[in-house]
Design a protein around this ligand. Structure first.
Ligand code: BGC
Length: 749
């Protein structure tokens, strides 16, 4: 195979393709003109995506591309190979239709940002967008033009390994951040050289897998489907997402891949989505395993009729669509719609005009701006869960510091799940970051203590204890290796694995301040270690620059500002646990509106009566959604509403005074929640409606303003309609979902 190395010699105007004709102005005209010329086999080829790796794959792909039976590949990342495959498509296939080249570029390409759940802890859409811009730029330099991200599946179950890839439990936060990722990947214009198509996944409900076991069935009632699971997808579609991926899962008896209600009625008819819908890997064929299709042909029919346009890595479409169309079971009109969706995506990507990639047009990998964004993203993702007696920040003058734990110096592990292309040679570990921060002024005593997070061996604990005793403070880097989260990597027990809990207790005996830094792909139940630590910094899997970010925060160069995008239960048996739950008829509080902090400590059952709680774990989480401490001290006051009543077309202005009464410059994520007190269907006890990141110096104060309209208060009601209902609302503003500064207003008819 001849790779196209000098792509500058390829004169775009020489491509004599049918869509080049002057009169084909609009994308739609071009799509229709192409479809008119396509044979049935060529149409089906556009709906076929195959794996581009493996020894013989490239030769096989070349043949399929040449004869028009393959329109898209995934997982090939060699730019020369990709250029050559595009050349074959453009020069040797009959209709000269370029290829979609897909890859899971989830939270970075070579430069790795924190895992998406970590990025969500930044509550910073602009930063999340910049992370996606870097990922797109690095990936596009190899010829990739389509990423399978963002994942906006709501997850309320940290046992599910893919929670790492999610943007948390809240539909509004996930929607805002998912939309930001879409904009970052797709850029100003999808046809720009740095832009790649986003693929919002997994439509829909995948995160509700029963028991947190990946691929398990999901049972999502209509009310929850619309009010929770669909919302972030709608936000991402509204942000211009070019493609969507259907979920693997069964939803109430109809797997997503065959779910015509979701894929067609909601997505196409209601939301007017006109891009490409791709199946997940072999998910069309798996309709047979679900027990809803009787063989591959029936699976192909179910999936295509429901609304899947392209099959990923399967043979159902390529093997059976021809038969289905010629026998009249699948209409030509439907087939043409599927093909049109794919061609539209290719046209919008500008691939017909510019299919080749010249790496020298790009800044390369791990370039300064990429590392800068990765560091800022890691800094803002760090959540300070606990900080007794102002243990943090540590003084720069500390004479000696113990850095202990299997994740203190693990360059690959800190990158997290889904880093096919991530390059750990660029990683700055916590040990590296701390050493270079303190230079020679502090003696850093390192001890790994455990071979890995799962090790049960306590052999090195005595050494670790001596290291702790010989130091002024202990930074203890524990958590999970990257392999413990991600697809098909679920855990039934989400405590710190192996002998790590024992290690915490052992080191506590040294009598030195213990700063626990957790690197993990999910929320970890820390109920059994929280009392043994003076401070806890939750770092998620923080990516390439994680260690540099940890050092900056530990030594107070920058204040921590991350806030939890998921509720942290104390013990796994509390799962699912999420802040925006329903009140129930018997809430564990005498008040109608539960304020989660009303009952200070776990109370014995007698004082909570016949209510919704656990005898042995109460009803409160260990750390609430939205929680995160700071080196600043933020005081909220003067919550004011512009009116006590608003009509459906009016706007409510909410203002609050925020003052940093602490001694450090810091950023606070101000959060706005509401509760609809009476609805035609029961409504959550709190719902996030807005957030803002505000930077304030010591003693500085400001007024923070939010605007609310009836559309922000809308929900899917008893009649199956989306809209707000008149009545009273409570509203809170504060630094977490426990915010207690409360006001009331009414939405009138
Ligand atoms: C995952 C998708 C991913 C695809 C391609 C599947 O197993 O569920 O999220 O995009 O593989 O790698």
């Amino acid at each position: 195979m001849n790779a196209v190395n000098d792509i500058s010699s390829t004169n775009k105007n020489e491509i004599n393709a049918p869509w080049k004709k002057q009169e084909m102005q609009s994308v739609e005209t071009k799509v229709n003109a192409l479809i008119e010329q396509m044979t049935l086999a060529e149409k089906i080829g556009q709906l076929n995506m195959q794996d581009g790796t493996g020894e013989h794959a490239v030769a096989y792909l070349a043949m399929s591309i040449r004869n028009g039976s393959l329109g898209s590949i995934l997982n090939q990342t060699n730019v020369e190979t990709i250029n050559e495959l595009q050349r074959i498509a453009l020069e040797e296939s009959r209709l000269k239709i370029p290829l979609l080249i897909a890859r899971d570029v989830i939270h970075g390409f070579k430069t790795v940002m924190p895992i998406p759940l970590g990025q969500a802890a930044s509550w910073n859409p602009e930063l999340v967008k910049q992370g996606a811009v870097i990922a797109a730029t690095e990936a596009a330099s190899t010829g990739i033009n389509w990423t399978f991200a963002p994942m906006v599946d709501i997850s309320r179950d940290p046992r599910w390994g893919r929670i790492a890839e999610s943007l948390g439990e809240d539909p509004y936060l996930a929607g805002e951040l998912g939309a930001a990722m879409v904009k970052g990947f797709q850029g100003e214009n999808l046809s720009d050289k740095n832009s790649i198509a986003a693929c919002v996944k997994h439509f829909v409900g995948y995160g509700a897998a029963e028991g947190g076991r990946d691929y398990s069935a999901t049972n999502i009632p209509d009310n929850e489907m619309h009010n929770v699971y669909l919302r972030p997808f709608k936000a991402a579609v509204d942000a211009g997402a070019e493609t969507l991926m259907a979920s693997f899962s069964d939803i109430d008896g109809v797997p997503a891949t065959a779910n015509d209600y979701l894929l067609t009625d909601v997505l196409r008819d209601e939301w007017k989505f006109d891009g490409t819908v791709v199946s997940d890997w072999n998910a069309v064929g798996e309709l047979e395993d679900h027990g809803i299709a009787d063989g591959e042909k029936s699976a192909a029919l179910l999936a295509s009729v429901a609304g899947i346009d392209m099959e990923m890595a399967g043979k159902c479409f390529s093997g059976h669509l021809e038969d289905l169309v010629t026998s009249g079971q699948l209409s030509t009109e439907k087939l043409d719609q599927m093909v049109a969706n794919v061609l539209r995506t290719k046209l919008r990507l500008g691939l017909f005009d510019n299919p080749y990639t010249n790496p020298s047009d790009y800044p390369g990998i791990a370039y300064p701006e990429a590392l800068k964004v990765a560091k800022e993203s890691a800094v803002q993702s760090l959540v300070l869960l606990k900080n007794d007696n102002d243990t943090l920040p540590l003084s720069n003058n500390i004479a000696s510091l113990a850095v202990i734990g299997p994740l203190a110096d693990a360059p690959y592990e800190q990158l997290g799940t889904w880093i096919f292309d991530g390059d750990a040679t660029f990683s700055v570990t916590a040990l590296n970051g701390i050493q270079s921060f303190v230079g020679d002024s502090t003696k850093v005593n390192y001890c790994k203590a455990l071979a890995n997070s799962r090790s049960e061996s306590t052999e090195a604990f005595d050494d670790a204890l001596q290291v702790a005793k010989a130091s002024d403070a202990v930074i203890l880097c524990l958590g999970e290796e990257s392999i413990l989260s991600g697809e098909a990597h679920c855990r039934a027990d989400i405590d710190l694995p192996g002998a790590q809990v024992e290690l915490v207790k052992t080191l506590h005996a040294a009598g030195k301040p213990i700063i626990l830094v957790v690197l993990a792909g999910r929320s970890i139940t820390l109920g059994n270690v929280v009392d043994y630590c003076d401070a806890i910094l939750f770092a998620w899997h923080p990516g390439t620059m994680g260690g540099a970010a940890i050092a900056d925060v530990v030594f107070g160069k920058v204040s921590p500002s991350g806030k939890l995008p998921v509720t942290f239960p104390s013990v796994v048996g509390q799962v699912p646990m999420y802040y925006n739950h329903k009140n129930t008829g018997r809430p564990p509080s005498k008040e109608k509106v539960i304020l989660m902090d009303e009952i200070e400590e776990f109370a014995p059952q007698t004082s909570l009566g016949m209510t919704a709680f656990y005898l042995d774990a109460g009803y409160k989480p260990l750390f609430a959604f939205g929680h995160g401490l700071s080196y600043g001290e933020f005081e909220y006051s003067q919550l004011q509403l512009s009116a006590s009543k608003i009509a459906p077309r009016e706007e409510l202005t909410v203002t609050v005074n925020l003052k940093n009464t602490g001694a450090c410059q810091a950023e606070e994520v101000v959060q706005l929640y509401t509760r609809d007190l009476v609805g035609s269907v029961t409504r959550p006890v709190k719902e996030l409606k807005g957030f803002k990141r505000i930077a304030l110096g010591p003693n500085e104060e400001t007024t923070v303003t939010f605007k609310l309209t009836a559309s922000d208060l809308a929900f899917y009601n008893r009649k199956g309609k989306w809209g707000a209902e008149p009545g009273k609302f409570h509203l809170w503003v504060g630094g977490s979902s426990l915010a207690d500064l409360c006001a009331e207003f009414e939405l009138t008819e």
